[in-house]
Design a protein around this ligand. Structure first.
Ligand SMILES: *Cc1c(COP(=O)(O)O)cnc(C)c1O
Length: 400
């Protein structure tokens, strides 16, 4: 069948919740994807920050195949070896004390919110605690995660939300302080906002929020689902400025494609929040998912993934800055590590579509921002290749 015929079939069967780009992806190798017509694309999205190791990593694929033949699923009523190993390794790289595995990012946020509310409940016996989240944040599409997502457009049709959520501005400590009440149990933020437009939290801001939390007995929840797992040149973005959260969420690159997430907490929160019977999941942390996590964490070390991010990210910044200087339609470059955004003076959909026609996969973060989330194994040559294609997709008339 032709790609167009596949797309027509898809639109007959799938719920239309995405305006999809008009390609059917079929296979991946290294940092390239191929569609069903065999056309090759350089991938600067990695499945929205998921496929950090690149496609077709043999060691990763072999580990999954071996686990499939051994045991795919049990239940959380029993222990399994991959979950034990994955939890130990995740503790090591995060410095957190306790892990709960989920199936997705949104579900990790749900668990984090429940843990924070239970912690506050055990502390003062009341139930109407509040959470402060950030404007322009994104935490997922389930009700709890949506309730703390700072984009009214995503929330409005589905009101009422879970309630008792207040919003403050990222990088504005006074705005956070002004939302604190004696009911505040947690402050939730992304160390680098992803979906909301690639906006890094400033180290002084993170430190200020942490100090506020300590002063007022409020838990700090950091959402590392997009910015974590090496993307910023640190395993978790908060490690850059040493602002350790009480609760942390991760997902996306954690399983490098196997659907999995986790929320982690300090021993202090673990001891005084969720206990047996309070939370659960059928699939979360099953042997297949945890075999993926375990292998991903091993390969990060063996393949020096974070070192590669630190080496190539400054080059990506430099090349994007050059584009910004050359084209009047590009207003700003922002981001950190291999999580970068180019802010345009208008919608970027057409530029992204032209890039796709020229063999480059990019994605937006909001209508006017192109987001760059390449696999963490990219080389400087891949960056040159990306820039060359992207440049050919920006209208010459857009030059300053
Ligand atoms: C993607 C994302 C989520 C939601 O994760 P899902 O796996 O899509 O549910 C939550 N927080 C952040 C920061 C994300 O980027």
């Amino acid at each position: 069948m032709s790609m167009q015929e596949y797309i027509e079939e898809a639109e007959q069967a799938l719920l239309h919740t995405y305006n999809r780009y008009q390609i059917v992806l079929d296979k991946g190798r290294d940092v390239y994807l191929y569609d069903t017509d065999g056309i090759k694309y350089l991938d600067f999205v990695s499945g929205i920050g998921v496929f950090a190791l690149g496609y077709g990593n043999k060691a990763y694929n072999d580990a999954l195949k071996a686990q499939i033949d051994k045991l795919i699923h049990t239940s959380n009523y029993y222990y399994n070896l991959p979950a034990i190993q994955a939890a130990k390794k995740l503790k090591d790289v995060s410095g957190m004390d306790r892990v709960f595995f989920t199936n997705s990012g949104a579900e990790a946020i749900e668990g984090a919110i429940k843990a924070a509310r239970k912690y506050a409940y055990l502390k003062d016996g009341t139930t109407d605690h509040e959470i402060i989240a950030m404007n322009h944040s994104f935490h997922g599409r389930t009700f709890g995660a949506l309730s703390v997502t700072g984009n009214p457009k995503y929330r409005e049709p589905f009101e009422p939300m879970i309630g008792n959520v207040r919003f403050a501005d990222l990088n504005d400590l006074e705005s956070v302080r002004s939302q604190i009440t004696d009911k505040t149990c947690a402050i939730l933020l992304e160390p680098v906002q992803g979906e909301g437009g690639i906006v890094p939290a400033r180290p002084e801001f993170l430190k200020g929020v942490k100090a506020l939390c300590q002063e007022k007995g409020i838990l700090l929840i950091l959402d590392e689902i997009q910015c974590g797992m090496g993307r910023t040149g640190y395993m978790f973005a908060w490690q850059r400025c040493g602002v350790k959260p009480d609760i942390m969420t991760t997902a996306k690159a954690l399983g490098c494609g196997v659907p999995v997430g986790a929320f982690l907490m300090t021993e202090e929160v673990a001891r005084n929040s969720l206990e047996a019977g309070d939370h659960g999941t059928t699939y979360g942390g099953n042997p297949l998912a945890c075999a993926a996590i375990e292998k991903v964490l091993d390969l990060f070390e063996e393949n020096h993934i974070i070192e590669n991010v630190r080496e190539v990210a400054p080059y990506l910044e430099q090349r994007l800055d050059q584009l910004k200087d050359r084209y009047g339609c590009i207003l700003e470059r922002r981001g950190t590590g291999l999580m970068q955004g180019l802010v345009f003076d208008g919608p970027v959909r057409e530029v992204i579509e032209r890039a796709l026609e020229n063999g480059l996969i990019l994605i937006n973060a909001g209508p006017n921002i192109i987001r760059f989330l390449p696999p963490l194994i990219i080389s400087k040559a891949n960056i040159d290749e990306m820039i060359e294609i992207l440049e050919s997709c920006i209208e010459p008339s857009e030059t300053e």
